[in-house]
Design a protein around this ligand. Structure first.
Ligand SMILES: [Zn+2]
Ligand SMILES: [Zn+2]
Length: 206
């Protein structure tokens, strides 16, 4: 009788240790990469969407372009004919499922409350980390707006992935500080790239 219960306990222990092993094996598997969803708003020229998408695809191939949609009604700020970036992000986040990140693209002026300034015009906004972000080309230089628009988009996506602002002047994650420094930005810096590579982003060189 004594022997039997010993066997039983041992058996249970074996099952337990096996299932423990399985758990650790699962945890060490790399997380599947997220899909980036490009969400154009109705106002934007499809050519601009195409050019931004092509740019992002080079460093993050897992990307899908959605059908155009209207802004949520609550985002419109009539007094200044602007759209509130935080309301847009809230709206996009609510439509974004697990495993996805959405970036909204628009040519309208977008704004957010910044400190004491109730309605501050911005080129883009993204939370860190976040499920959604938004980029606008309204404030960009007309001569090279496609290039600048890509830089804004990739900056906001960087925030959603967890990147903070970067002190490197050439880095896409540089803080705009209310200006437009995109012409001085050439790439993600080494440190920001290394972080993004850990999130399955692909770069040809570091
Ligand atoms: Zn930023
Ligand atoms: Zn950087």
């Amino acid at each position: 009788m004594k022997n039997k219960s010993f066997v039983y306990v041992l058996f249970l222990f074996l099952i337990f240790s096996c299932s423990e092993k399985e758990k650790t094996a699962k945890n060490s598997e790399p997380k599947p990469s997220i899909t980036i969803l490009i969400q154009p708003f109705r106002d934007i020229n499809p050519k601009k969407v195409e050019s931004v998408t092509e740019g992002i695809k080079k460093v993050y191939p897992n990307i899908k372009v959605l059908e155009v949609i209207d802004f949520p009604e609550n985002a419109y700020y009539k007094e200044r004919n602007r759209y509130r970036a935080d309301s847009i992000i809230k709206f996009l986040s609510s439509r974004t499922k697990e495993g996805f990140v959405t970036i909204g693209l628009t040519s309208k002026d977008i704004s957010v409350t910044k400190g004491k300034i109730k309605d501050f015009g911005v080129m883009g906004l993204g939370y860190r980390p976040g499920k959604a972000c938004v980029a606008s080309d309204f404030r960009l230089n007309k001569e090279n707006s496609d290039e600048q628009f890509y830089k804004i988009a990739i900056h906001e996506l960087g925030h959603t992935q967890g990147l903070p602002h970067c002190p490197e002047k050439m880095c896409f994650m540089r803080d705009a500080e209310g200006k437009n420094p995109t012409n001085e930005e050439t790439d993600f810096c080494k440190k920001c790239k290394t972080f993004l590579i850990s999130k399955n982003w692909k770069f040809n060189s570091i």
